[in-house]
Design a protein around this ligand. Structure first.
Ligand SMILES: C[S@@+](CC[C@H](N)C(=O)[O-])C[C@H]1O[C@@H](n2cnc3c(N)ncnc32)[C@H](O)[C@@H]1O
Length: 407
């Protein structure tokens, strides 16, 4: 199997065999690839496999290993991300708004090269496109050459914290572009990367795309999500003791559509991050999530708004259908709620991770008065203007709250 770190013997072996590639058959090249160290990000193993496939285009093991390498070093989300036209257009507009002719642009994490090419198109004097994963960096170079932008863009196969001003870049950058956020903004290390970049790689008061991001939370009803992650039974057997392993669901856009996540109230902000001057300190907040609809609360969904430039933002909230997934924190118990109910959560973050704990929902109040034909409080303006909010007066024959046809 593939090893993590090259041993001295491995390095000697590679050095010895590399000049003799032409003399090796496909099986020998694949055997070398299988034992190649991966500390170089899979570059050497990829080269060996490319040569094996040149000799035998249908070599089974070579195809399997090549795929294994690609899955390991080129995360699959790159493809839906590049197909996310809303994201791409927002970045195109924001970069055009922020980059001025003559600017030196640092694109941190260029991936396939899209953001770097947008900066070049926006008039940058030169773009330094940094990509820590060497297989991806090599592909970006090719993409940029294919688009006749190699004279405007230098691709560096490095992590941004390895960059040296005066060696890798002639000077600090006027603009820092990045898109290194996962579905909760933090998981790809944006805080640490941008804290370092704005301090050490950018000019004072440099412009940044994105400028800021906000994490927010919202109560949702989704019997589909609950059934998918916490099925009560299978073939008549009680599975509930297994539910403790299903607290956080990483809901893909497809899951989200299939499970029909229905917001039960507005979002409430958890944390705000200023990416032009990031702060690495940890955060903790306790906030109420309000309900403006009647239903059954199954989960708390966390999403983000990210401001790329004034008036230009991207989001993965429930009104969007882009490529980012959403973290959903499942309630212990499906909880009936009505207009005015509130569930309290505590959210905490460090430099790369978010945790959300949900306070006991057994005490959740249901402030609408459940008497036939009578409401004892006046709906607020907000409640009456919510398109989904309905004052509901239950009938004595009504079934469980979640079955009620109020929406
Ligand atoms: C989400 S992709 C974005 C690609 C491209 N900028 C775009 O928007 O289409 C982020 C890329 O950044 C790279 N990356 C993340 N942090 C980095 C860092 N600190 N230095 C260099 N590359 C980084 C990852 O390997 C990944 O390829």
């Amino acid at each position: 199997m593939l090893e993590e770190q090259p041993s001295a013997a491995d390095l000697d072996l590679i050095a010895e065999f590399e000049p003799r590639f032409e003399m090796l058959d496909a099986n020998s090249l694949v055997a070398l690839a299988e034992n190649a160290p991966l500390g170089d990000g899979g570059v050497h193993a990829s080269n060996l496999l490319a040569q094996a496939l040149e000799k035998d285009p249908h070599h089974h093991a070579a195809h399997l290993l090549k795929e294994q390498l690609h899955q390991m070093f080129v995360p699959r989300w790159h493809f839906p991300m590049l197909a996310d036209t809303v994201r791409n257009q927002a970045y195109a507009k924001a970069i055009a708004a922020k980059v001025q002719p003559g600017d030196i642009v640092l694109d941190i994490g260029c991936g396939a090269g899209l953001t770097a090419m947008l900066a070049a198109r926006a008039g940058a004097k030169h773009v330094y496109a940094i990509e820590g994963q060497p297989l991806i960096a090599a592909a970006a170079k090719q993409v940029i050459a294919d688009n006749n932008l190699s004279d405007k863009i230098t691709v560096l196969s490095k992590w941004s914290h390895e960059l040296i001003i005066g060696e890798d870049l002639p000077n600090r950058a006027d603009v820092v572009v990045s898109e290194i956020v996962d579905s909760n903004l933090l998981g790809e290390g944006a805080l640490a990367t941008l804290t370092h970049a704005m301090e050490h790689l950018a000019k004072p008061n440099a412009r940044a795309v994105p400028e800021s991001g906000t994490l927010k939370a919202q109560l949702v009803e989704s019997a589909g999500l609950r059934n998918q992650y916490r099925p009560l039974e299978a073939e008549g057997f009680d599975l509930s003791a297994f539910h403790k392993f299903a607290n956080v669901a990483q809901v893909t856009p497809n899951d989200s559509a299939a499970c029909g996540l229905r917001p039960l109230g507005p979002t409430n902000d958890l944390f705000h991050f200023d990416f032009t001057c990031p702060d690495m300190s940890h955060g903790k907040t306790t906030v109420p999530l309000f309900c403006t609809a009647v239903g059954t609360a199954h989960a708390v969904v966390v999403s983000f708004d990210m401001v790329l430039a004034p008036g230009i933002s991207v989001s993965n909230d429930l009104n969007t259908d882009g490529h980012w997934g959403r973290f959903s924190y499942l309630l212990e118990q499906a909880t009936p709620v009505s207009i005015g109910s509130q569930v309290t959560i505590t959210a905490q973050h460090d430099a790369t991770k978010l945790s959300v704990s949900i306070h006991d929902t057994a005490q959740v109040e249901r402030p609408i008065i459940w008497q036939r034909g009578v409401t004892t409080r006046t709906p607020t303006a907000h409640e009456t203007t919510q398109p989904n909010a309905t004052w509901y007066v239950p009938d004595a024959q009504d079934g469980p709250v979640s079955d009620r046809p109020v929406h």
